[in-house]
Write a protein that binds this ligand. Structure first.
Ligand SMILES: [Zn+2]
Length: 180
């Protein structure tokens, strides 16, 4: 089983681009559902923490994951800082033992993003609550910056999202088959 976690939802919009009113919760839901559909089509068992626009606490996402014990947990987000020039792609794990999963997913996705001249901000470690499962390979991905004009243009482009979804599907399958 693979758990796909679309960040935020409902009254928690996540990061917002104030100029064009694009919200992180909507972008990550689109990506997450796209990735999940492809995996389900290829006979993987997929559980979504949410598959529509609803609010779920971080604690509930964590408890669900601890209860279901998937072979992989991946949380989808879009980055935001006030500086509109901030840009790029980065991924996080909490426990270094999941570095191989992070390598596989990060390298495949950044390879796709390079054709759009997206900057690689690197593979990082962070104390995210939803990653706090020492026994479950868990990774959080920050897909570009919502306040960056160029990057929000990509995030609202259907062709770009389809390619991004493809790169997640491929790399998740590889990580699942090779490491779990
Ligand atoms: Zn987020």
């Amino acid at each position: 089983m693979i758990i796909l976690d679309a960040g935020h939802g409902g009254r928690d919009s996540g990061a917002v681009n104030p100029k064009i009113r694009v919200m992180e919760k909507d972008i990550v839901l689109r990506i997450t559902l796209g990735v999940g559909r492809g995996l389900i089509r290829d006979k993987y068992q997929v559980v979504f923490t949410r598959d529509d626009d609803r609010f779920i606490t971080l604690q509930d996402r964590l408890l669900l994951t601890r209860r279901l014990k998937p072979k992989l947990f991946i949380s989808f987000h879009v980055n935001s800082v006030v500086n509109p020039l901030a840009n790029g792609y980065e991924t996080f794990i909490r426990f270094s033992k999941w570095r191989n999963y992070q390598n596989t997913i990060h390298s495949e996705v950044i390879n796709y993003l390079r054709q759009y001249k997206i900057v690689d901000r690197g593979q990082k470690q962070g104390n995210y609550l939803v990653l706090n499962n020492p026994e479950i390979p868990s990774i959080l991905v920050e897909n570009l910056f919502i306040r960056n004009d160029y990057e929000v243009g990509l995030l609202t482009n259907q062709n770009f999202i389809e390619g991004l979804v493809d790169s997640y599907q491929r790399s998740i399958k590889t990580a699942y088959e090779v490491f779990s």
